[in-house]
Design a protein around this ligand. Structure first.
Ligand SMILES: Nc1ncnc2c1ncn2[C@@H]1O[C@H](COP(=O)(O)OP(=O)(O)OP(=O)(O)O)[C@@H](O)[C@H]1O
Length: 209
């Protein structure tokens, strides 16, 4: 007798988002979002400007509370927002020192993988915007967190850097990590999940909890 088919996921999800709704100002921005993320998953989150992609990532990261619904997380996370959050007067190494201390990944190894090692002693103010974005990405890699929340991680990067980031993301997935990535450009990732946030019309924004 043949074995029963295996469930595609034999472990519990790293992240479980259930019926999450968020109001910003007087607008309903997220309306009952439900998704799960397992080890190895990469979810590409798309939607028009203003659809709520950043709001969803910030809510999952715990930077704001959902107005409705629940978020269950089984592991630590690292969040990369729109801003690179680098202090302009500090060098790349100084900017990343705390993350390097908290995680267990070696700073030089991470900077090498991002082709930034030659800039380690440069003040952040002297980096190009693509270099700054890569330095901000280094913080995510240094964190050692299994779950990555990446808000437009490749903004300002050239084609070669985007390919490189794609390889780093794939390696993270192969090591049991997972990620949600918002992007307006295609990323070099295979076997991704996708979730497109609808743009809620003003008429959808009146609701009762
Ligand atoms: N501080 C705020 N107060 C009230 N509403 C806000 C605030 N910040 C953003 N919003 C609204 O929340 C909605 C979602 O914004 P969000 O930044 O999450 O969208 P997004 O999908 O990430 O957009 P983009 O593609 O432009 O980055 C927008 O309609 C925006 O106007």
């Amino acid at each position: 007798m043949p074995d029963a088919p295996l469930s595609p996921h034999v472990t519990s999800p790293l992240l479980d988002v259930k019926d999450v709704s968020v109001i910003r100002g007087d607008r309903l921005v997220l309306d009952q979002i439900t998704l799960s993320l397992y080890a190895g998953d990469a979810l590409i989150l798309t939607g028009e400007n203003g659809a709520g992609k950043s709001t969803l990532l910030r809510t999952i990261a715990g930077l704001r509370k959902p107005d409705h619904g629940s978020i269950l997380r089984q592991c630590s996370l690292s969040w990369l927002g729109h801003h690179d959050a680098l202090k302009p007067g500090l060098t790349v190494a100084q900017n990343l020192a705390l993350s390097a201390q908290l995680g267990q990944n070696n700073l030089t190894t991470v900077l090498k993988s991002l082709e930034l090692e030659h800039l380690i002693d440069q003040p952040a103010r002297l980096l190009s915007s693509g270099q700054k974005r890569r330095a901000a990405f280094a913080r995510v890699m240094l964190s050692n967190a299994p779950l990555w929340l990446l808000d437009e991680p490749t903004v300002g990067m050239d084609a070669r850097s985007i390919q490189n980031i794609g390889r780093i993301m794939s390696a993270h997935r192969n090591n049991g990590g997972a990620m949600i990535v918002t992007t307006h450009v295609p990323l070099p990732l295979e076997n991704t999940l996708s979730y497109t946030l609808p743009s809620l019309a003003p008429s959808d924004t009146f609701w009762l909890l």
